[in-house]
Design a protein around this ligand. Structure first.
Ligand SMILES: Cc1ncc(COP(=O)(O)O)c(C=O)c1O
Length: 425
């Protein structure tokens, strides 16, 4: 045994070795009986301590044992055998299958921000060209565009998200001008978890010859989607949120026919086929005809293996089961909040096409004695062992609660109890 990890279950000591078979066992049982999943049992697949109520998966996914062990084992294997972790396309292939892409259209990145940067700096934009974003961007979704505005003089426009998908689409349409070259929006914004009508947005973009770029930090592992069905040109996502992969793993999709015209600034091993410093002048071979040309140099083989494991686990439980579960919990939370009445301002739309597993709300300042109730509640919850997010960016000032499949209705009930106690007690 090379690690000291252990826990007790039913009073008996479980070592790292037997833990692994226990997890495999639970997953196998899960796999064999997908229609009647035991979510309480699935919760035991996570080392997250029982006294931590984690309702902030939107910031960071909690690592399951299976992923943790895969990463640890791979580091151990490399240390023991001195074998260099050469790149295979196993991870790209399974990821591509999960989102309906071709493996050659995927590059592994370290996070969403990296993917957004590759896309933003890869586009041929000139001074005065307009790029439309929402007012609900994460810094990772907008910083590259804002920096390009500073450096290259592109113009950033924004539009308001509305309470219905149809109205949001109308607002976007109104922001489009003859100078609009890119629409870059989150599939699910980090602020209030509203699911945007990305298929309609991309179709609108296409009809006006505008490039579409989707910031997909949240959907993968939460809701099922297919990039071909969405019809986007570019999509940047991560594996370290809802997919529950290792921290520091992401991905980027570039539609095949756009690869050649998308600029690339950084290249190294795995970007091209050959190079020759003896030629006169020294020569660089052709860039490989795959989006993975953006994933260059030595990479973390153990993190890639862990990310692959997270995708395998996702498929073992089943994407549809996961989507149903996280949406059920999100709906349960939203309804419980709505029952509070005018003490709460609900920010996440209630129409089913526009909501999933992240709910954003504000505490009505006229119904509480607290001065800064939203951040105050987030701090209060933390003092009670519950982690959720206060969204302070762009003066949005709301509370965001994320519900993943490892959460439970009991945890949501506790969240509501703490909220009432803090704000209206
Ligand atoms: C919508 C959105 N975009 C981009 C990011 C940045 O992601 P990363 O930290 O993986 O770069 C986040 C992170 O929370 C996000 O929520």
């Amino acid at each position: 045994m090379h690690r000291k990890s252990f826990l007790t279950l039913g009073g008996s000591l479980i070592t790292a070795g037997s833990l692994k078979s226990l997890h495999t066992n639970i997953l196998d049982r899960t796999f064999n009986n997908k229609t009647d999943l035991n979510w309480e049992m699935i919760r035991t697949l996570f080392p997250l301590k029982r006294d931590v109520t984690f309702l902030n998966n939107g910031t960071m996914g909690i690592t399951p044992y299976a992923v943790l062990e895969t990463v640890q084992d791979e580091f151990q294997r490399i240390a023991e055998t001195a074998q260099y972790p050469h790149h295979t396309d196993e991870l790209e292939s399974l990821l591509a299958k999960t989102i309906g892409a071709d493996a050659n259209e995927i590059a592994i990145t370290k996070n969403v921000s990296e993917g957004i940067n590759h896309i933003c700096w890869g586009l041929d934009l000139k001074k005065g060209d307009e790029v439309i974003l929402t007012k609900h961007e994460h810094v990772g979704g907008c910083a590259a565009w804002l920096y390009r505005a500073k450096k290259d003089g592109i113009v950033i426009k924004t539009f308001d998200l509305a309470f219905t998908a149809a109205q949001s689409l109308e607002n976007l349409n109104a922001a489009i001008t003859k100078k609009t070259k890119v629409i870059a929006v989150p599939h699910i914004p980090c602020t209030i978890g509203q699911v945007l009508p990305v298929k309609e947005i991309c179709s609108l973009a296409k009809s006006k010859n505008i490039v579409s770029c989707i910031d997909g930090a949240h959907p993968l592992g939460m809701v099922q989607f297919n990039v071909k069905d969405i019809g986007c040109d570019y999509y940047a996502g991560c594996l370290h949120k809802w997919m529950l992969g290792p921290i520091g793993t992401g991905w980027m999709y570039i539609r095949k026919d756009l690869l050649a015209e998308t600029k690339i600034t950084h290249v190294a091993a795995y970007s091209m086929d050959t190079f020759n410093m003896n030629a006169n002048p020294p020569q660089l071979g052709d860039l490989i005809d795959k989006t993975s040309r953006y994933c260059y140099g030595t990479f973390s083989g153990p993190l890639f293996k862990g990310a692959l494991k997270s995708l395998q686990m996702y498929h073992q439980i089943g994407g549809e089961n996961i989507e149903n579960r996280v949406k059920f919990l999100g709906g349960y939370l939203q309804n419980s909040l709505l029952e509070i009445g005018d003490g709460i301002e609900m920010l996440t739309p209630t129409e089913s096409i526009s909501r999933a597993a992240q709910i954003g709300f504000k505490i009505n300042p006229s119904k509480t004695k607290k001065e800064k109730p939203n951040i105050g509640f987030a701090n209060y919850a933390r003092s009670k062992g519950m982690i959720l997010r206060h969204v302070g960016e762009n003066d949005i000032d709301c509370v965001r609660v994320s519900t993943h499949y490892y959460n439970s209705t009991d945890e949501i009930d506790l969240c509501i109890k703490l909220l009432k106690e803090y704000a209206f007690g």
